[in-house]
Structure formats: C-alpha cells, structure tokens
Design a protein around this ligand. Structure first.
Ligand SMILES: Nc1ncnc2c1ncn2[C@@H]1O[C@H](COP(=O)(O)OP(=O)(O)OP(=O)(O)O)[C@@H](O)[C@H]1O
Ligand SMILES: [Mg+2]
Length: 585
C-alpha cells in the first residue's frame, strides 16, 4: 500500500470518501456554515473602524446605533453558524464512524482464525475502537478545522492589505517566523507523540503480561524482577510525557512574544502614520482587533496539522486491516435439503498454517451418519488442526471437506453452525453467565439448560452458586475448574443438537467416573450421532467404528481397535505402552 507520502495521504482521503457518501450534503452544509463562522467575526473590526471614523467626523448617534445593530447581528449570526456546524459535524461523525466500524467488523468476522493468531488482541481492539474514532475525525473535524484556520489567515491578510498595506506589512512580517516556530514545534510534538505511544504500549504490554500471568509470577517468585521491569516502563513513559509537555511550554510563550512584538510594531508605525495624517484612528483600532483574529488560527494551526497527521496514520492502519485478504473465502449459500444426516468426508485434505509447511497432508476419510471415527496420534501430529478445518477456522489449501456431500465452502454460515458442534481442547467461555455460555444467545428454555447441566454432573456446582445458572463465569471461565469448564462446553455442544459432534480431548480434564456418565448421557440424548473424537487415552476410543492414527499430519494406520492391534504397528505399540502404564499404576 501507498503509505506516508503526500500521494498516499491524498489517496487515503479519497478512499475514505465513500464512507461519507450518505452524508455529503450535511458535510457541504457544515463547510458553508464554517465559512460563515470564520468570516463573520471580521465584521467587528470593520464596523469599529466605521464607528470611530464617524465619531471623529462629528457624526450623529443614529448611525452609531445602526452600526451597533449590524455588529450584534453578525455576532449572533456567527454564534448560530457555530452551533449549527457543531450539530452537523456531530451527525456526520456519528454516521461515518458507524459505517466504517460496521465495514471493519464484517471484514474481521469473515477472517479465518489465522488472522487472529497473527496479531495481539489488544492491537485489534485499538484498530476497531481508537483508530476508527481518529479516522472519523479526519473528514469531519480535522479537514474542516484546518481549512477554517487557513481560510481565516488568508482572509485576514487580504482584509488588512486592503485597509492599509503599510500596517498590513508590519503584521505579515511576523508570519514567516511564526510559521517556522510552528513547523519546528509540530515536528517535535509529532516525534514526541510517537514516542509516547510506543512507551504507553510498552507499559500496557508490561501491565497485561503481569496481570494475565500473575499466577506464573507467583509460582516462580518473579515479583521483584517484574516490579523492576514495570518501574522501567513507567519511568520511560513519564520521561516521554515530560518531553512532550516541555514542547508546549516553550511554544506558546514564543508565539505570544511574537504576537506582542507585532502589536508593538503596529502601534509604533500606526502612531507615526496617524501623526502624518496617513491613517485614521479607526484604521488603527480596526487593525489591533484584526490582528487578534489573524494570529489566533496561526496558534491553532500546529495542533490541527498534528491532528491531521494522527488521523491519517490511523486511517492507514484501518485500511491495512481492510486490505488484508481473507484467508477463508466467503461462505456460499447452499443449504441442506432437510435435516442434515451428518455424513462427513475429508477428501485429500492438505493444509499448513504456513502454506509452505503443511501440517496435514493428503488426509482422506469418511464418517458415515451415526458412526464414530477417532483420531489418535502424538502431540503436534495435526489432530486439532483437522477439527479446526472441519469448523472452518481455516480453509484447506488442497482437497475439500464435505458434509452431506456439500463442500463446507459452499455451505451457508448458519447451516454449518446447525450441522457441527465442537467441544474444543481448550474450552472457551465468554465472560457472561453459565446460562448464556450454554445457549450462546439462542432461544433455549431454561429448564432444558438446567436439565442438561445436571446430566453433565454440574448439579452440585449449580446448587452451590449464589445465582445458580445466572452466575457469571468470570473472565474466560476463571471461576470454574478446568473440568467444569469442559463439562460446560460439552453441555453447550449437546444443547445445540448438531448432526456432527467433534470432541477434541473433550474429557481430558474430567475424572473417569464423570467421563463414563457423560458418554452414557451423550448417547442417550443424541442417539447414534456422527462423531469425530480426538483422544490421547486410547481406552476411551476403543469402541470407535474407525480409528485413524496420525503421524506428522499423515494418516499412517486406520481400522478398528482389534484390527489395528493385529497389525502390530504404531497403534499396537501405543496401546501396549498405555496398557503397561496402567498396569504399572
Ligand atoms: N495457530 C497455529 N499457527 C501455526 N502453527 C500451528 C498453529 N496451531 C498448530 N500449529 C502447528 O500445527 C501442528 C499440529 O498442531 P495440532 O494442534 O493440530 O496438534 P494436535 O495433534 O492437536 O496436538 P495435541 O495432541 O498436542 O493437541 C503443530 O506442529 C503445531 O505446531
Ligand atoms: Mg490438539
């Protein structure tokens, strides 16, 4: 992507434009109102000049009243324009941010899991929240404000030149040094802001690591070292802020000094001109007022350019996310003709998280409806990856996965959810209540959920909780034991009543007695259901209709338990090893 260059900035704004399409008229109205708001104040010095010159010429009070009235109406007009502009801009902002965030969210939702594995969650959060907010300000506030400031400077100079070019030059002589000071300041503040962001992100990372790893910190007695590390990040952040604040500390006094010098010069030259009858008293008064109007936007210029740069950087980051190609192609719109029967077919599936290094190679197998297939194999052999492919966390690079003869890629999103229930190796719980974690927002009667949880041997837990099923489970289910979390995700999968059940080490953390009970419950509730089960303890899968032995992403052996034992191969070795360990116990 084109980044950082002037060209890039322009193209960024062009890319943003479509997001403002619906609010073009409003944006236009805001621009017109801004022109009124910025230009009407110049009526003040102009009218004052007229009043003073009129008085000097010995004019009547009636004319003064008239001018005062005109002045009042310009003030009121500017205030009204300011108010309406603010309302219009808020409206524009709210709509742009809404469209942009929706677009970004849809894009993120359509990504495969690798998208989420690639970057820290905090970063994605920042993009969706803060960056979108900054981008939103780009079109609305930043561009308008900046044009407003520039407009005021141009108009102020023109007005002064028209009224009295000699006095105007006194004023304009200070423009170049002010612009230089502003430029230096802006560059320094920009670098300093970047520094602050970096230091803050260090600080946040350090905080997050220490909080989420607090158990590790305690176990290994790392408190002292962690405190020292945190102190370093904290000190770095403070220093960065200090530098930033000191930039402001010099900038405003210097700008003030230059403004005062300009005023002094104006008085000096003005008095000389007045004594020689080359300028009227009214002109002098008008000039001293106009100067105030002229220098104000100059001071604001630096802040506005900084805002512009920040927004552009944010826009760059947002578009970088949007430009990332989806690793999972969009879903098709195929639907099952009736209730899915649950026939699963892996057809020559090849997949690698990095396509150059496949972790699943040419895997083919079929599970007939109602049958159970087990996947066994060493740690890292690719079992969970196969489960993830079936849930379409990723799409295979070769071959395809079919449910009831329909390729997963052609299947409609909701249909896939209806057909597949997954209990993951690391059960994920949302920070909601137990009930919400089972139903996932679907409309399921409370009694059914309660019944399921009791069947899952969680009755005792529910009775002990203050609000029963409505008790929050804590961040990632922190308030439940590991086994309880697995039981809960089991209940979640059963509650969904899927045609195909995928169990990835679903009972690994559950005691043997409960495990047996769960198998009985599952069988009773779901009957003969297509099941893909992954297990390390071979005893739990010996009844499977087919067992696939995976090694380095390839199917090495397949067959029934007895058939595989007779082969005297990998499976038989694993079996005797585990049996030996059992006997040893
Ligand atoms: N998100 C990921 N990004 C990159 N590589 C991954 C990712 N997840 C797994 N892998 C790699 O893919 C291979 C297969 O992993 P997988 O999780 O499928 O193993 P597994 O058979 O389920 O192991 P276990 O028995 O320990 O659960 C491993 O070598 C692993 O390093
Ligand atoms: Mg696994």
């Amino acid at each position: 992507m084109n980044t950082g260059t002037k060209n890039g900035d322009a193209s960024l704004i062009r890319r943003l434009w479509p997001f403002a399409r619906d609010v073009r008229l409003l944006l236009g109205a805001a621009a017109v109102l801004m022109v009124c708001e910025e230009l009407l104040p110049f009526a003040g010095p102009h009218l004052l000049r007229k009043v003073i010159d009129h008085l000097e010429a010995g004019g009547d009070l009636g004319r003064i009243h008239q001018l005062a009235l005109v002045f009042l109406s310009t003030i009121a007009g500017a205030a009204l324009a300011g108010f309406l502009r603010a309302v219009a801009i808020e409206n524009v902002s709210a709509r742009i941010v809404h469209v942009l965030r929706t677009t970004l969210w849809k894009h993120v939702q359509s990504q495969g899991m690798s998208f989420f594995h690639k970057r820290p969650l905090g970063e994605l959060m920042t993009r969706l929240n803060n960056d979108v907010d900054s981008v939103n300000r780009l079109l609305s506030e930043v561009v308008l404000d900046l044009s407003g400031s520039i407009l005021m400077i141009v108009f102020g100079s023109t007005y002064m030149l028209l009224v009295d070019w000699r006095l105007a030059l006194c004023c304009l002589a200070f423009l170049p040094p002010m612009l230089v000071v502003t430029h230096v300041f802006r560059v320094q503040v920009r670098d300093s802001n970047r520094d602050i962001r970096q230091k803050l992100s260090h600080l946040n990372t350090s905080l997050q690591e220490n909080l989420s790893g607090s158990a590790l910190v305690r176990i290994f007695g790392l408190e002292k070292r962690r405190i020292a590390e945190f102190a370093t990040s904290n000190a770095g952040y403070r220093a960065a802020w200090y530098h930033n604040v000191s930039c402001y500390a010099y900038y405003f006094p210097v700008m003030n000094l230059l403004t005062e010098l300009a005023t002094a010069l104006l008085f000096l030259v003005g008095t000389l001109l007045f004594m020689r009858d080359m300028a009227s008293l009214g002109t002098l008064a008008a000039f001293s007022w106009t100067m105030g109007l002229f220098f104000r936007p100059l001071r604001e210029l630096s802040d506005r350019i900084t805002n512009l740069q920040q927004s552009l950087t944010a826009a760059e980051r947002v578009f970088a996310v949007l430009d990332e190609a989806t690793s999972v192609a969009t879903s098709g719109d195929a639907r099952f003709p009736g209730a899915p029967s649950g026939r699963v077919e892996f057809r020559d599936v090849t997949f690698g998280y990095d396509p150059a290094h496949p972790v699943v190679k040419n895997v083919s197998f079929t599970i007939e409806p109602g049958r159970t297939t087990a996947l066994v194999g060493a740690t890292g052999s690719g079992k969970s990856t196969l489960a993830a492919l079936l849930s379409r966390f990723h799409d295979p690079q070769g071959g395809g996965i079919l449910v009831d003869g329909i390729d997963l890629r052609d299947l409609e999103r909701d249909e896939r959810g209806r057909a597949l229930g997954l209990v993951m190796q690391e059960p994920y719980l949302f920070p909601g209540s137990i009930l919400e974690n089972v139903t996932l927002g679907r409309d399921v009667p409370r009694e059914r959920v309660g019944g399921l949880l009791r069947e899952m041997r969680l009755g005792e837990l529910l009775d002990g909780l203050p609000d029963g099923m409505d008790t929050p489970v804590g961040e990632r289910g922190a308030r439940l034991s590991t086994g309880q979390r697995q039981l809960l995700s089991f209940a979640r999968a059963l509650c969904q009543d899927p045609a195909v059940l995928v169990l990835d080490e679903a009972t690994a953390s559950i005691d043997s007695q409960s495990e047996e009970a769960i198998q009985e419950v599952t069988h009773r509730l779901l009957g003969e259901r297509t099941t893909l089960v992954i297990a390390h303890r071979l005893a739990t899968v010996r009844d499977a209709d087919e067992i696939l032995v995976l090694a380095h992403g390839e199917v090495r052996e397949r067959g029934t338990h007895t058939g595989l034992l007779e082969r005297q191969g990998l499976y038989a070795r694993l079996w005797s090893l585990q049996a030996g360990m059992q006997a040893g116990n």
